[in-house]
Design a protein around this ligand. Structure first.
Ligand code: GLN
Length: 477
């Protein structure tokens, strides 16, 4: 591990600014490391050798950043880890990429993910599973597993992921890094390949809260190209890097500590709660009574939206086209049959079924109503508390292959993260402990709409008193 890899992104940028190191050398040293490590961990899909000329300036100028393979980078491959897009080249920059480039960061490559972001383990990828840098037999979480693992293994100082039901936070938890999902509407979705348009949000994955705040400053803000972008000024998030959390009220939802929660995760979260009490926060039990409906509600809504969003991959407009078509119908059918993986097909079936006449009222409409009840639970809770603390994932990383035959079991990996997307709230996962087997455990903080700053403050306070975020996996290549 060289010194660079031990540093925060912010410190790397400072060294570049002071001309202690050259930004080209920084970039090349990360490319070299990725090329060395990637054959055994399968974290990156594409690496761009040779830094392009950087435009713009910011406190992160010169920092290399990895991007999940569902965010458009002009002139580069964007595949969503799907055979159907394997040769597709993005024709424009996503708004977040434009902002990143305008601030002088260097996009270094794209990371492995679950196909179209369907999954919780990065096993549903046409490139095969990414492997956890803490232990190669274990999953990285998903669907932004490649981005989380890249940051954990210090293959890159920071990365972008997308989160529809937990896909930034859950892999961040399983890899031991900070993964932040901003409020719905805070970050433009223009140029993000849509999964569930009412749920998707892009966010940063970093080793620590300082880098997270600086990157949020860059990517947040109104964008007229995204009709769901909210016209609200973003604060300077770095102002919240302050560990005085006295009198902040934290709620602990009793429904999040029941059946299915791993014992080591449970006790890690309890210790995190104790930390906050000692630091002067006010901690109280709360109730989110409709939590039990969250998984069913999410999988109906997310799959319905996905089935609609995926209609465009038809063999005519994008990517793979079958060679065996006899007529127009078989062109559609065979291109999709050959191009899409099993989980994508499952979501399309589930979604089109829920939306079909005769079932719409029973499933989709019912799910929309229950989504409202889940949101109301949070609204009520936030009358009493400023933030909510929960586990991010019910278990630490599990073994590769362990849940691939049981989609329902896999869906339960998101039990603590998906309500947040249904309600459009901001939330973050940060490393709070390690298991006896040396796998990371993450804690989740959930905030009020557009109050990301409270979460940064609380996370920063924990980080300043602990060193879990400084632990680095020893790579056995
Ligand atoms: N694991 C969830 C799913 O498979 C969430 C995915 C995501 O956030 N993109 O739908």
């Amino acid at each position: 591990m060289n010194k660079l890899e031990l540093s925060r992104a912010l410190d790397i940028a400072e060294k570049i600014r002071k001309k202690e190191i050259d930004e080209g050398e920084v970039y090349d040293s990360y490319v070299k490391k990725i090329e060395k490590v990637n054959p055994s961990l399968n974290i990156f899909v594409d690496v761009y050798p040779g830094k392009e000329r950087l435009q713009g300036d910011s406190p992160l100028r010169g920092v290399p950043i990895a991007v999940k393979d569902n965010i458009c980078v002009e002139g580069k491959k964007i595949t969503c880890a799907s055979r159907i897009l394997k040769s597709h080249i993005a024709v424009y920059d996503a708004t977040v990429i434009k902002r990143i480039k305008d601030n002088g960061l260097a996009v270094i490559g794209t990371t492995n993910m679950d196909e179209f972001a369907f999954g919780s383990s990065t096993e549903n990828s046409c490139y095969g599973p990414a492997k956890n840098p803490w232990n190669k037999d274990y999953v990285v979480g998903g669907s932004s597993g490649g981005s989380a693992a890249a940051v954990a293994a210090r293959l890159v100082p920071m990365a972008l992921g997308s989160d529809t039901g937990g896909s930034i936070r859950q892999p961040a938890s399983l890899c031991g890094v900070v993964g932040f999902k901003p409020t719905y509407g805070r970050v433009s979705r223009y140029g993000l390949v849509a999964f569930g348009s009412s749920l998707d949000q892009i966010g940063p994955i970093t080793t620590n809260f300082c880098d997270c705040a600086y990157l949020l400053n860059i990517i947040c803000g109104f964008d007229e190209r995204d009709s769901t972008s909210v016209k609200i000024g973003a604060p300077d998030f770095t102002r919240s890097l302050d560990d005085n959390i006295r009198d902040i009220k934290i709620g602990i939802p009793k429904e999040y500590f029941g059946e299915g929660l791993d014992g080591e995760v449970d006790s890690a979260i309890k210790k995190t709660i104790d930390f906050y009490k000692e630091k002067g926060a006010e901690v109280k039990e709360i109730s989110l009574p409709h939590t039990e409906y969250a998984v069913a509600t999410y999988y109906i809504i997310a799959s319905s939206e996905a089935s609609s969003n995926l209609q465009r991959f038809d063999g005519v407009r994008y990517g793979l086209r079958t060679g065996s078509a006899k007529d127009l119908k078989s062109l559609y059918l065979d291109s999709r049959k050959e191009g899409l993986g099993g989980e994508a097909k499952r979501r399309i079936f589930l979604g089109t079924h829920s939306l079909s006449s005769g079932y719409y009222d029973a499933y989709y409409l019912k799910a929309l109503k229950s989504r409202r009840l889940i949101k109301n639970d949070f609204d009520r809770a936030f009358e009493k508390v400023d933030a909510i603390l929960t586990p991010t994932s019910p278990t630490p990383a599990f073994k590769i292959g362990e849940k691939t035959d049981d989609p329902l079991l896999m869906y339960l990996s998101d039990i603590y993260t998906i309500s947040v997307n249904l309600a459009g709230l901001p939330a973050v996962s940060f490393p709070c402990a390690f298991t006896k087997g040396n796998l990371p455990i993450g804690a989740q903080l959930i905030g009020r709409e557009f109050q990301e700053d409270t979460l940064i403050k609380l996370g920063y306070a924990f980080q300043e008193s602990t060193d879990y975020h400084k632990r680095i996996p020893e790579l056995d290549l």
